[in-house]
Design a protein around this ligand. Sequence first.
Ligand code: GLY
Length: 411
Amino acid sequence: MSVSAGLSATADADVLVAGGGVIGTAIAWRAAVAGLRAVVVDPERGNAASLVAAGMLAPVSESFFGEEALLRLNLLAVRRFPAFAAELEEAAGQVTGLRREGTLAVAYDPDDHAALKRLTVFRRDAGLGAEELDGRACRALEPFLAPGVHGGVLFPGDWSVDNRRYAAALRRAAHLAGVRTVRDSVAEVLAAAGRVTGVRLAGGGTAAAAAVVIAAGSWSGGIAGLPGGLDGVVRPVKGQLLRLRVPAGMPPVLSRTVRALVRGTDVYVVPRADGEMIVGATSEERGHDQTVTAGAVHDLLRDAQSVLPVTSELILAETCAGLRPGTPDNGPVVGPAGPEGPDGLLLATGHYRNGILMSAVTADAVAAHLTGRPAAAEWDPFRPQRFLPASGRTAPPGPHEASGQVGVRPR
Ligand code: GLY
C-alpha cells in the first residue's frame, strides 16, 4: 500500500496514527522522516504501557518454547535497536539510556535452577548466546546477589533502554520532524468506497487522512470500524511494577539486568544509569483495571529481596500498573488490515511483553507499507489476517497456551 500514491486532495494528513506510545510515536516519526505528513491522536495517558514498562530489550530471556517465529522477530528487533536509538538521539538531542551489559538470569532454589536449565537448552538450541554460571560466578558479576543463589545464566544479547527517556526522545524527534499531535482518542475509523478517509474523534469532530494506523495498545479493540475479528484480538494484560532508588551515598546495586526464578515465579530488576531500579512485573487478566494492589507490591518486594537482600534498604519511589496489549498467540499484529479492511488501514498493536523492543522494527515495517516497500520477512507470521475468520482459526488459544510454555510460571 502506498499512501503517497493515493493521497486524497482534502486529507489533513497522509497518515494518522491512533496512539502516542512508543509504537505510535516511532511510526509517526519514521513516516515524517520518509516525507509523509503525520498526525498522532492520543489522549496522553500518563500510565500507558510505554511509560510503565521496564525497558527490557530481551529477545533471549523472554523467549519461550513454541514461540520461534516471535523469537526471530525479536532478534531482528534487538539488532536494529542500537542504530535506531543512535539516530533518534541525534535527531532529538536527548539520550535514551540504552545499556548493553547483558542480562543475568539466576535461580533461587534447585527447582528454579532445573527450570532455568531447561529453558537454557531451548535457547541454546535456537542459537542464542547463553553462558551457564555457578552461584559464585553469578555473585562475582553482581556482588549484591544473595549468598544462597543457586546458579544462573548470562545472556549477553539481552539489553535495556530507559523507556521514559526513550519515549521522550521519540516525542521530541517526532515534533522536530513536523509530526502534529491531537489530544483526543480515535473513536472510529471512517472509510468510503473501500478506502480509509480518516477518523471520528471521541471528543467530537473528524480528522481526514489518507492512511490510518491503529497503534493504541490495549485500547485498540475499542476503536469502531475495524474489520470483524480484529476488534477482539487485543486484550489488556495488567503488569504492576515498582521503581526503587538507592539512598544517597550507597553505590549502584546492579550493573546489568537481573532476572530471577524465585519458587517458580519470574521477577526482574532493571537498573538505570542514575541508580533507579525497576522491579517487575505481575501478569494479570483484569481488563482495564490499573490499580496498584498491596499484594502485588508485597510479592514483588519479597521475590526481589529473596535474591537481592539489599532491596529492603532501597527507597520505594513509585508503584505503577500498565496494560500490555496481549494477543491469542502472544505475537504482535502489524500490517494492512487485510482483504476485509478498507485500503489504507494498518494495524500496529498487540506487542504484549515486547513493545519497547519492537518499536523500531515496527516503525520500519509500517513506514515500508506506507511507502510501498516490502516489510522484513520476519513480519510475515504476524499479519492481521491470521485472526480473520477466513484464516481458518476458530478458537484462538488462551494466554501462553500457544507457547506450550513449561518450566516457568509467569506471574
Ligand atoms: N517485558 C517485560 C514484561 O512484560 O513484564
